[in-house]
Design a protein around this ligand. Sequence first.
Ligand code: ADP
Ligand code: MG
Length: 683
Amino acid sequence: MDNINNFKYLFKKISNIKGVGNKTSLILNKKKIFTVQDLLWRLPYSYDDLSKIVYIKNLHIGKLQTIKVKVIKYNFPRKRNLPNKVYCLDDTGTIECIFFNSYEGYIKKILPLNKTIIISGKVSFYKNKYQITNPSHVSIDETLVLKKHNKYSLSEGISNKIYNKIIAEVLQKIPNLEEWHSTEVMSYFNNIRWRDAIIKLHDSSTDEKKDTYYYKRLAFDEIFSSMLISSEIRKKIKKIKKDKKIFNNLFEDEIKKKCSFDLTTDQTKALKEINNDLKNREKMFRLLQGDVGSGKTIVALISAINVIESGYQVCLMAPTEILAKQHYFLAKKIFPKKININLLTGSTEMKDKKTINQSLKNNSCNIVFGTHALFQKKIEFKKLGYIIIDEQHKFGVKQRKMLSDKGGKNCDILLMSATPIPRTLVMSVYGDMDISLIKQKPKNRLPVITYSKLDEKISDIIKFVKNEISLNNQVFWICPLIEESKKVDQTSAINKFNYLKKIFPGKVELIHGKLTDQEKERILYSFMKQQFKILVSTTVIEVGIDFPNANLIVIENANKFGLSQLHQLRGRVGRGTKQGTCILVFKSNLSQNARKRIKILKETNDGFLISEEDMKLRGFGDVLGFKQSGIKNFNLADPIINKDLFDLAEKEIKNIEKNKINTERYQSLLKLHDQADILKEIV
Ligand code: ADP
Ligand code: MG
């Protein structure tokens, strides 16, 4: 009983903690800290251990440290703006204490000549000398105990001192919870328990936190709980039994004949996996993952025609109208004439909408293409058997399950994504789904050639563009949004548009975030129809649209983008049979990091490899498509650094699934990671 009450303590509002007043509580709320548990997850970013005396030669620049030194000389320049200096030394070196705005008398009093003094402060290194400017602590009494001090990243209005006090209060009260991990897992972490780990990470004198069992234990908890929740959802979906879809691939063969190409081995394999699922009694819940331009659409359409052959209706949703339209036209082209195909979007005329709705209701419409609106509006299907969602990368586990439920038991689900997820992350991001992977690109595809250019060489780029246009090719010109103090700045794109318009009159259009969706769609559509040559754009050009005639992409300020993002952008061109080119434009001399990134882009076209390299260079948190998209947000775990933990968690989950181990014991863990509720909602 006591344990349960203590467990509740973790979810107590911070305003109920001793020492947290209204003001502090509001400030913390702004930092998204609402409960004790939220407090615990904000680990200090550094630990200043002032109780340890450091030799001058061992000082770390930039850190708050304590030294024991003898005062040997003063320098009081008596000039405005020049600081007073005190020279000190220990057995290993010398250091200067710099004082701005302190009087001689005071300095002499706290730092008497020839006396040994304890000084704490932030250490810097200037003109080959160690310095401490305005020491935070000076004492002649060696026995005075200095305190450890954790540094947290906080908002204004709350000091580390107060925060440390709050944390100390909380740490005193956190419960020792019943262990949820197996003995094997526990031994991997030297039997470090949750409570010990939390306490240790908030209060320690060592610096190498990420290597300790304490850190790893908590990172593992985080990884494991996210995989566990996916696995539980997966189990629930697997229990649903549907009516098998029966078809003889009649239409499939017909469509394949109409295609100007043969499917690649990976496409064939993916299609086979999907077809098997459709024919199976288990409801399909599958992700079709493939790099940009790997040819996911045709696989989806062929599987759709099989579902239609079996007598069910199909609904294909794309993130934008133009993409929905593109898929619709493709289906019109390759599907047998007798198939009734419809397009339903926001701009569909009212009377057409009515007819389409009617045809969905009475099963005369076999397949409908549209945007997500298809789903929200009360559209009734007579016999919906298959939902395909293109280019999804914003659905979390919860939304996916809701989607699966909405279709009903006989409805198979296929999601398509071009976001390459590194291997380590697959189980925690998509553990609820089966995955089909298209790794190879179509045979005739020439890899996009990537160049880098300084922006002062714009005349070279213009020459290149002129040449492309003379070959009747189209060009993307990307200017990234520069976000300053929340005000979105479109000027770079607008300026470039005006500049290019003068050189290429009548051939340039501009798209940016301030346009309405309809305006955007109109411009993209006319670009698709090749009504103009150069599309200047902020990064709003949508993923997935196929412009086979666009062969050059110029990306300005390329250092503003991550590797994966550059790769996605680059994937807009070279989708036809012609050679695609990508020019990365940089403002000034390239940094080491930028050089590395260009090298990787030039060397490979493999999105999966690129995303892993991206994580290595920038850290997991900054990589497009993971944290920002809400797919996965780890506090501690890092898929590159903690690869072993991801592997261990995967092994443990598989073991649980295989041996049907009761997962009741993980309730507290799931609660701690805000996931117990998801499971409750998903029945
Ligand atoms: P994505 O996987 O990014 O959605 P798409 O399905 O839009 O890619 O395909 C990109 C282009 O590749 C399209 O023009 C499509 O017709 C073409 N394509 C697809 N599969 C093949 C193939 N096996 N051989 C040649 N071209 C293909
Ligand atoms: Mg696509």
